[in-house]
Design a protein around this ligand. Structure first.
Ligand code: PMP
Length: 433
């Protein structure tokens, strides 16, 4: 099987989205042009050209996003949905236009299904506290996986404490692949919610969320997909997936921090009680009775992060113009190359060797603490992440306290991976003298 075919096949599997067969049909990403769009990449760090391999934690922003933020702050800033004056109308139009952009980007059925939140974390908490509190009883179960980010663990633990429901956990095997047979066993008529990450931030594993959604629906459960690490790496079509809830953060998809999205199926959101109370989420307020606003405003209490939403709109426009399919193919070339190089290093252990992976290489070097790796790499201008990546159960699975993690975006190159591996030689020199 030729390399190119493998890459394209993986890219299609990645997001389970229906695509035309594209063997060889995708023109490659013009990475140099992409790089020119990102001003932060063009700087020296510790007298070396920056090699930014931490997009999994937070990606950089293209000029198009910075310009949208700048334009809004300089000319259009005002509060939304409230004023009759021109600036307020401009701000409202731009804010709502971003919602439409997001709706189209993820192929949601309606703008009513796109709720702006502070990020993935807030979106998951919203579902746990609104849907979960309204629908779970003490005999019910919530099913998550062993590879979840803390943001997709702790809200469910809180919900279980509040309702008496039980939290069950599907394990993954040592290669980082979710054990689907265990998932099938643990999915019962008591399961009310299945919450699963689309792509693991600590392992890079792409989970078969389409299959999980079908199984969960057959068992009568609703499914929340944590898409924080999936949205930046390839196409996501929430309608094709048939998921009930999908969550992601702006700052991992080349947009601002403090903004994210909860996608929810309209009939579910409609039936859910509000989560937070305040301005904008109401129709009428009196001391006797308060009536709530229509979707999606029922879930957007208070003044939102207007600039953030506008920046996110520009970010999804940017990604859509690059082409999520092409991003996926490019990033698979990077991860394949990085994995090949890592496999050739005798003292390097990779965490997460699933056949379907996206954009993340998690590893340790024998006898050297990941924080030391991160510090020396920074001296060489290479930015990676070290620590537990807010996925402590994944660390526990492998009996380590931390890993080093390089994560890739459309602006990364094969040359940068070579710089990473050269810099790792320096780490060895320093710590193995
Ligand atoms: N889920 C996953 C898989 C993540 O990688 C992250 C961020 N590292 C989150 C949830 C939480 O995202 P945020 O902090 O933007 O809310």
């Amino acid at each position: 099987m030729c390399q190119r075919f493998v890459v394209v096949r993986i890219a299609h599997q990645l997001m389970n989205a229906p695509r035309a067969s594209a063997q060889g049909a995708l023109s490659p990403l013009d990475v140099e042009a992409v790089r020119r769009d990102f001003p932060a990449l063009h700087q020296q760090v510790n007298d070396r050209p920056l090699v930014y391999l931490d997009s999994g934690a937070s990606s950089q922003k293209p000029e198009q996003v910075i310009e949208a933020l700048n334009n809004y702050e300089r000319h259009d800033h005002s509060n939304v949905h409230r004023g009759v004056h021109t600036l307020s109308q401009r701000a409202t139009e731009a804010y709502e236009a971003s919602r439409t952009k997001v709706q189209q980007f993820i192929n949601a059925g309606s703008v009513k299904e796109v709720v702006f939140t502070r990020g993935t974390t807030e979106a998951i908490n919203l579902v746990a506290q609104s849907y979960g509190r309204a629908n779970l009883r003490s005999d019910d179960e919530v099913l998550i996986t062993e590879m979840e980010h803390h943001a997709n663990i702790v809200p469910w633990q809180l919900l279980c404490e509040q309702t008496g429901a039980k939290l069950k956990v599907v394990p993954f095997d040592d290669t980082g692949v979710l054990e689907m047979s265990r998932l099938k066993d643990q999915l019962t008529e008591k399961t009310r919610i299945v919450a699963v990450t689309h792509v693991s931030n600590a392992l890079g594993t792409v989970n078969p969320v389409g299959q999980i959604i079908q199984l969960a629906h057959d068992a009568g459960a609703v499914v929340l997909v944590d898409g924080a690490q999936a949205i930046p790496h390839g196409p996501v079509d929430v309608t094709a997936l048939e998921c009930d809830f999908y969550t992601f953060s702006g700052h991992k998809v080349y947009g601002p921090t403090g903004i994210g999205v909860l996608y929810g199926r309209e009939f579910l959101l409609e039936a859910m009680p509000p989560w937070q109370g305040g301005g904008d989420m109401i129709k009428t307020v009196s001391f006797d009775e308060t009536t709530y606003n229509d979707l999606p405003y029922k879930f957007e209490a208070g003044t939102p992060h207007i600039a953030g939403a506008i920046g996110l709109g520009a970010a999804v426009d940017y990604v859509a113009a690059l082409g999520p399919d092409r991003i996926a193919v490019h990033e698979h070339q990077l991860i394949n190359y990085a994995t090949e190089r890592a496999n050739a290093e005798k003292d390097m252990q990779i965490f997460g060797q699933a056949p379907d992976k996206a954009g993340i290489l998690s590893f340790v070097l024998d006898g050297i603490h990941p924080h030391d790796i991160g510090t020396i790499l920074d001296h060489e201008g290479v930015a990676i992440r070290t620590g537990h990546h807010c996925a402590m159960p994944v660390m526990t699975h492998y009996g380590v306290s931390a890993t080093a993690r390089a994560s890739f975006g459309p602006y990364n190159t094969i040359d940068e991976i070579d710089v990473l591996f050269r810099a790792m030689e320096k780490v060895r020199e320093m710590f193995r003298q």
